[in-house]
Design a protein around this ligand. Structure first.
Ligand SMILES: Cc1cc2nc3c(=O)[nH]c(=O)nc-3n(C[C@H](O)[C@H](O)[C@H](O)COP(=O)(O)OP(=O)(O)OC[C@H]3O[C@@H](n4cnc5c(N)ncnc54)[C@H](O)[C@@H]3O)c2cc1C
Length: 591
């Protein structure tokens, strides 16, 4: 049985030593002192390890089952969901007007991480509900907010997001689901949506589907898409549940991972739907919540790698194979533990330095979202828009890579289901695909986000790095191991940006390099996070922090990232500079 222990000390380090959340002038942040965040994170960690983690393998092996149109979640999910509701874990950052706790998004993110690490498939029921809450909160009418938000906040009702159709995933302009106006202002929604996470299950009294559909007679393509609320049970004026609506689950998908989450084909047969926001502005409504949703998926990527890493470390300390080349470490035993071997160390350091950098990057993103929303800070909004495809694409690619790297530490045992390591890789894999496949994230970054507001935000990002380096270059230790590599990587990234600008008239050149650029930017972001974390750890040591081992480990882990991971930017730049000719050389028939 795999283990999971929430990395509470590291979460506290990111919140306080790095982001200094209690010192920020942002509404709601004044309550985030060390004691408060520690209490929340410790308790979330306890729920994660004691309630959710034991159900992770159960969810994977049992999966969801559909019988007579009813979807049953795995054994124990219902009770655990009730415990999440009772503990108030579903509403941390929701508006108190609708029953939430009004905490900052960064705090919500810190509490979510252990839940996702412990049981990603389970946590998706709540995650999707949060997405539905955010869409209605941002775009719904007062009446819609009063009707749905209090129930979504508590997860008495859960939510779904319905975009995908059999013939349309990335290209939503091809959508066929249609909406026909009724006389009373509602719409008849008809069509089929596929791959709908949490589309049907047995853990809530009602399911509120948010559905994209085209109103008949509207503009063609993506400009004709509108957003609708389609409840499984219609809601009476007094808030009680009314008639069953014309929406049903056709089947649940057999899939590679996240078996505990029901992935449903949803059939809409003249179901009653209620327009959210304006007609034909459905994509805009979806996009306003995209930053949060994609940050949540990026978190899934590294959170799975964190769990896999914890198990790989335990195994490497336990399994005896071979001898340390510099002298036996376990002379009385038949062999030394795996952890003595440099190649195992390399693998574990790759995992550790990625996960800790990714945590810092994700929480920084969440903090930017707070600044954007609570301080109406347009610069923070621009910066998080720029970072969103990187958080989603880079962290999920690497999360999967390191989940499989953790499997490798187990040798053949990693491939055998009994050890539980393959589940991390299988579960992590989907995060690279949904919420916009990673290739499309790269296109978004290079095709849209770099040029956003005249390139203002990417310039601000480069300026931020330059300023940090300038302000700290007097610090010799930081300069040599952290600032110099960061400077070199940032230079590579700027050179790649310049290449795209110079090749603006040759789109195949830019688009052939977009994936490399996304990874390059991911490395630079993690490099910046590591430089900042190293500075914070050095300061803590200078100030006499008692936990010297923690801070020294932090600095050593950062040195590894800067020395062994960050130089990847040079390879990505070299690839980008070759343009699109080799990529596009073959005729389609020659593949
Ligand atoms: C388990 C699971 C859960 C899901 N949950 C939900 C959900 O809750 N709600 C929902 O609406 N959907 C959901 N999805 C659907 C998911 O979001 C889509 O599968 C995803 O967006 C990709 O769409 P597609 O599968 O149609 O692939 P396609 O759009 O056909 O893309 C195939 C490949 O082509 C690439 N590609 C596409 N267009 C371009 C382009 N212009 N340039 C370059 N490359 C391109 C993509 O990157 C991808 O690699 C889920 C899917 C799965 C498997």
């Amino acid at each position: 049985m795999p283990i999971y222990n929430a990395p509470t000390k590291d979460i506290q380090f990111v919140l306080h030593d790095l982001l200094k959340v209690s010192e920020q002038n942002i509404p709601g942040f004044e309550d985030l002192d060390r004691d408060f965040t520690s209490a929340v994170v410790e308790e979330a960690g306890k729920v994660a390890s004691e309630v959710l983690h034991p159900l992770n393998v159960v969810g994977d092996t049992e999966g969801c089952v559909m019988e007579n149109g009813v979807v049953r979640t795995p054994t124990g999910f219902k009770d655990a969901f009730q415990q999440m509701k009772d503990g108030g874990w579903t509403a941390m950052d929701c508006d108190p007007e609708y029953g939430g706790q009004g905490l900052p998004y960064v705090m919500h993110t810190a509490a979510q991480e252990p839940f996702v690490s412990a049981n990603m498939a389970f946590n998706m029921y709540q995650g999707l509900t949060h997405g539905a809450y955010s869409a209605i909160y941002a775009h719904g009418s007062d009446e819609q907010k009063q009707t749905y938000l209090p129930k979504l906040t508590t997860c008495e009702w859960t939510g779904t997001m319905n975009l995908t159709e059999p013939h349309c995933g990335t290209d939503l302009g091809l959508m066929r689901t249609k909406a026909v106006p009724n006389d009373d202002g509602s719409y008849k929604i008809s069509g089929q949506k596929i791959f709908i996470s949490a589309g049907e299950h047995d853990m809530a009294d009602n399911i509120i589907h948010l559905v994209l559909a085209k109103i008949q007679g509207g503009p063609e393509g993506i400009k004709g898409v509108s957003l609708f609320i389609v409840p499984k049970f219609l809601v009476n004026d007094d808030g009680s549940l009314g008639a069953r609506n014309g929406v049903a689950c056709g089947k649940i998908e057999e899939k590679m991972g996240i078996h505990g989450n029901s992935t449903c084909v949803m059939n809409y047969d003249e179901a009653t739907g209620f327009l959210v926001g304006e007609e034909h502005k459905g994509m805009r409504a979806m996009f306003t919540m995209m930053n949060e949703a994609r940050l949540g998926v990026g978190l899934q990527g590294y959170a799975q790698a964190e769990s896999a890493y914890q198990n790989a470390v335990a195994y490497a300390n336990d399994r005896l194979q071979g001898r340390d080349v510099t002298g036996a470490k376990n002379p009385d035993g038949p062999a030394d533990p795996l952890i003595v071997h440099p190649d195992i160390r390399r693998n574990l350091m790759d995992q550790k330095s990625f996960v800790e950098g990714a945590r810092a990057f994700t929480y920084w993103g969440a903090y930017l979202i707070d600044r954007a929303h609570k301080n109406q800070d347009a610069d923070a909004d621009g910066l998080i828009s720029l970072m969103t495809p990187v958080i989603k694409g880079f962290l999920t690619d690497k999360g999967f890579e390191y989940a499989t790297a953790a499997q490798q530490v187990y040798g053949g045992h990693g491939y055998i289901e009994e050890w539980g390591m393959s589940q991390y890789a299988r579960d992590a894999r989907i995060a690279m695909i949904y919420e916009g496949a990673n290739g499309v994230q790269a296109l978004d970054l290079v095709g849209r986000k770099l040029a956003l507001d005249g390139g203002k935000h990417v310039m601000a990002f480069f300026e931020m790095i330059k300023t940090f380096i300038k302000e700290n270059e007097g610090n010799e230790a930081l300069n040599k191991d952290f600032l110099n590599p960061l400077k070199a990587a940032s230079k590579d990234l700027q050179a790649a940006g310049m290449y795209f600008m110079q090749n603006a008239t040759k789109p195949n050149n830019a688009l052939s390099g977009s994936y490399d650029f996304m990874h390059m930017m991911g490395h630079v972001c993690l490099g910046l996070m590591w430089a900042r974390m190293a500075k914070a750890a050095m300061e803590a040591l200078e100030n006499g922090a008692s936990d010297t081992a923690f801070y020294e480990t932090k600095i050593a882990t950062g040195r590894y990232y800067m020395a062994r991971q960050l130089p990847a930017t040079a390879m990505h730049l070299a690839r980008i500079n070759t343009g699109g000719d080799t990529v596009m050389a073959l005729e389609a028939a020659n593949f």
